[in-house]
Each structure stands twice: as structure tokens, then as C-alpha cells.
Ligand binder design. Sequence first.
Ligand code: DGL
Length: 270
Amino acid sequence: MAVGVFDSGLGGLTVLDAVTRRLPDVPFVYLGDNAHAPYGVRTHDDIFNLTCAAVERLWAEGCDLVILACNTASAAALKRMQETWIPRDKRVLGVFVPLIEALTERQWGDNSPPREVAVKHVALFATPATVASRAFQRELAFRAIGVDVEAQPCGGVVDAIEQGDEILAEALVRSHVDALKRRMPQPQAAVLGCTHYPLMEDAFKAALGPDVKVFSQANLVADSLADYLARRPEFLGRGLQSKFLTTGDPVAVSSRATQFLRRPIRFEAA
Ligand code: DGL
């Protein structure tokens, strides 16, 4: 019984931490496609092909259920995977919907028509590919009306994090928040729509100021996974062991993961 967690690189570790805290008895196999990160500047076809290859690798580890802990893959590839590629005995879930349900104060499975919600001005920070997909606005429109979304593609931030350059990542966060605020001076809520960004959450909060409620995904995804497994325990999978796999250099990736999460993490070659 193991569940797979996939990200283009280190960002999904923020989700992995939350799901491990929420479901301490479930083994998780993490796969970071660090050799091909960042995904956020790739084409949708490229993201689809890389994500399918990674998910197959996790299936081979006995993970019948895989979480795409990557907004870029969830936004650019998941719908196509679900429609054309995933066999009936496997499941792949994304990270977008739990976040939008939280923002729109909905419970899982509430398919009632879109309605007015408390929050009216939302800043979305995400990768260029996620912003270009407009998947966030599409999912939001199914559930809420009258919400103004201003999206900021945060070029460079994932690259800086993957390279272990915290100072550059912080400077880029400040400049992306400034750019967003020029277009939407007073957002009520900000969505960190990339699983790498919680690693820079303090920098986002400092730049946004105390009046902006920051939504990040990890705990929301953990709650929704716990709920899913309670309903569908057969998708716990055959694997038994937790591990960290990377398509990149395991030594370099382990050291950057340890730096960002401030606890030792050891990756193996995928
Ligand atoms: N962490 C990912 C996301 O949530 C991917 C970032 C990237 O590879 O560009 O979007």
C-alpha cells in the first residue's frame, strides 16, 4: 500500500510533508523529474509526455494512485491523461481542485451551480504554463461567479529554487508581487499556484502584506487525499516502502531538498 507523489522537482515535497503528517501509516513514493525541471516553460505536449513517463515509473513502484503534486502538470496534462491514457485500475489526481474548493467554500462533490463567494479579488501566482492554460479560471468559473482573477506568471522562481539559489528566488518573488500589485493593488486573497512556492511562502507574505490571505495547497491536498482513500481504499496500491526518487543527480537533489526543507532527505536514482 503505497501512494505516488509526483512533481517536476522539489516543489512536491511541500505536498509530501503534508500528506505524510495527515496519513502517517501510508508509505509514499516521491518522484521528482529534476532532470527536466522546470516544466513551467515547456509546451503542453512536452509536459504531457514527461508526466506520463513519470506516472508509469510510479505505477512500477506499486503505486496505483498517483498525486500530481505539480500545478503545471495538473493544469497542462491531467485532463488529457484522464480522457485518453489512464487505465481503469489506476488513478491520477491533481492539486488544483482542492484549492479551488477551499477558495469557493465548497465541499468535495458539491456540483451545485456557480454562486457568489466572499472573496472577489484573487491574485494567482503560478508558472507561465499554468497561467497560459487558464485551468484555474476554468475550474473557478464552474463554482463561483463575480471573482476577479489577476494571474502573474512567475518566471525564474522554480529555476532558482531547483538550483538552490534562495536569494535570487526571494528577489524574483518580490518583483513578481510588485508586478501583480501594479495591476491589482489590493487583492483579498493570493493563491500560491505552484507547489514550489510554499518554499518561499515567507517572501510572498512579506511582499503581499498582512491583509492578504495566502492560500497554499499542501494541507488542502492532504485533506482531500485522506477523504479519497477513506472512500476508495483499494487505491492504496501494492508498494510497501516510502522512498524518494529523482531523474536528476541524487546527491545534488538530496542536498537541495535538505536545504529547503531543513531536514535530511536522501534521494535515489529513478
Ligand atoms: N512545482 C510545479 C508546479 O506546481 C512545477 C514547476 C515547474 O516545473 O515549472 O507548478
